[in-house]
Ligand binder design. Structure first.
Ligand SMILES: [Zn+2]
Length: 107
């Protein structure tokens, strides 16, 4: 029998408990963050992988190497990069204006 590790899909905490069920799936409630959801084993795995992606993004690893390491699609990595950039305004990245970076030769 396959045993799945029950972790919170939001914060990854193992402090979760069954809280009824919905749609034929067990519902759980997280003790750590109070997140309440249906237990989907894939969701916890995905959350762990996304957390790894965000960690690598914080280390300024290139998006393509993150794709190679984690197996997450590049569009997802780009989405997470945008999200983490928006949530951390402290890492003041200079905003590139369209076309201002490089002059186009053939005008
Ligand atoms: Zn949680």
């Amino acid at each position: 029998m396959v045993t799945t590790q029950h972790t919170c899909a939001k914060c990854g905490s193992e402090q979760i408990y069954r809280n009824g069920h919905s749609g034929g799936h067990a519902r759980y409630r997280c003790n750590g963050c109070g997140h309440q959801a249906r237990f989907v084993p894939a969701a916890a795995e995905r959350a762990a992988r996304y957390a790894q992606v965000e960690k690598l993004l914080a280390e300024r690893t290139s998006q393509r190497s993150i794709v190679r390491v984690t197996g997450v699609s590049r569009m997802t990595v780009a989405k997470l990069a945008k999200k983490s950039a928006a949530s951390q305004p402290s890492t003041a990245t200079p905003t590139l204006k369209k076309g201002a970076a490089k002059a186009v030769g053939s005008a």
